[in-house]
Design a protein around this ligand. Structure first.
Ligand code: AKG
Ligand code: FE2
Length: 251
C-alpha cells in the first residue's frame, strides 16, 4: 500500500509508512490498550532485591531510563567475565530480510549468549534483574556477554525488533517484543565505551557493577524511536558488558 501511495506522488515514503502504521493501530482496539511493562521502583535511592541492595543513581522519564549502582559485586563481574572469556565470538546483528544473524561493521565487539540459569551465578543474576524490573524471569532472554577492545563499538541502533521488517518480525513470534534492556557493566573502562542515547544527549559511563536499564516500547507496546542508543568506541582499556533483554511474554 505504501508503494502505491508513494507512486501516486502525494505522499513521501516516511509519511506513507506513518499513515499506514497509524491506521493499523486505530483499527485494532488491542493496540490501544496500555500494556504492562517492566519498570523499576525509583521512589527511593536504594532498592532492596532478595539478595542485594541496589542503588538508584539517575532516572529519566521518557523514554524510561534508570541508571543503577551496586547491581553486581566485583566478584560476580569477574566470575562472569572469566566464565565467558573462552566462548567469545564476533557479535552478529539481526538481518532485515530473513531474521538470521550476520556480521556487520557497525558492531565490532565479541560476545557469547548464555542460557538462562546456566550456572548458579547466572541464575542469581537473572533472578535479581527480574526482581529489579518486576518482570518474570521466564520473560528474559539469556544474558549476552560482550567484550570490546580498543576501537570496538556498537553504532546507534534499537534493541526492539521492527515489526515492519520481515527478518526482525520473525523474532517477535517467540516471546514478543523486547520491552526492556539492561546493560550491566562488568568492568571499568579506562576511556570511552559509554552507552550513549544520541537523541537525548545522554551518555552513561561504564562502571564495574553498575547498570543502565531502559524500556524499548511506549505505553501501547509500540517501538520507541527515542531509545536509539550506541556503545561508543573504546578509546583505551577493555569493556565487558552483559545485556539482558526482557520480552513481552515468556521466552
Ligand atoms: O555496549 C553498550 O554500551 C551497549 C550494547 C548494546 O546496546 C547492545 O548490545 O545492544
Ligand atoms: Fe543495544
Amino acid at each position: 500500500m505504501a508503494e502505491v501511495m508513494v507512486r501516486d506522488g502525494r505522499f513521501s515514503r516516511m509519511l506513507a509508512d506513518a499513515a499506514i502504521k497509524e491506521a493499523r493501530r486505530g483499527s485494532s482496539s488491542e493496540s490501544r490498550i496500555v500494556k504492562p511493562v517492566p519498570d523499576i521502583d525509583t521512589s527511593a535511592n536504594t532498592l532492596q532485591t532478595p539478595d542485594r541492595l541496589v542503588h538508584v543513581l539517575t532516572t529519566f522519564s521518557s523514554p524510561r531510563i534508570v541508571v543503577l549502582g551496586n547491581v553486581l559485586s566485583d566478584d560476580e563481574c569477574d566470575a562472569l567475565c572469566a566464565y565467558t572469556e573462552q566462548r567469545l565470538t564476533r557479535s552478529p546483528v539481526v538481518g532485515d530480510t530473513d531474521g538470521g544473524t550476520q556480521l556487520h561493521a557497525h558492531r565490532t565487539s565479541k560476545g557469547a549468549m548464555l542460557g538462562r540459569g546456566e550456572t548458579e551465578l547466572i541464575a542469581r543474576i537473572d533472578a535479581r534483574l527480574a526482581a529489579i524490573a518486576r518482570w518474570p524471569v521466564q520473560n528474559g532472554e539469556g544474558l549476552q556477554v560482550l567484550r570490546y577492545e580498543k576501537g570496538n563499538e556498537y553504532r546507534a541502533h534499537y534493541d526492539w525488533f521492527d515489526p515492519d521488517q520481515p527478518g526482525p518480525r520473525k523474532h517477535l513470534e517467540h516471546g514478543g517484543q523486547r520491552v526492556g534492556t539492561f546493560v550491566l557493566y562488568l568492568c571499568d573502562v579506562d576511556e570511552g565505551g559509554g552507552t550513549s542515547f544520541p537523541n537525548l544527549g545522554l551518555e552513561v559511563q561504564p562502571r564495574k557493577g553498575n547498570a543502565v536499564f531502559f524500556r524499548n516500547t511506549d505505553d501501547y507496546g509500540s517501538p520507541d524511536r527515542q531509545t536509539l542508543h550506541a556503545g561508543a568506541p573504546v578509546v583505551s582499556g577493555i569493556k565487558f558488558v552483559a545485556n539482558k533483554w526482557l520480552r513481552e511474554r515468556a521466552y
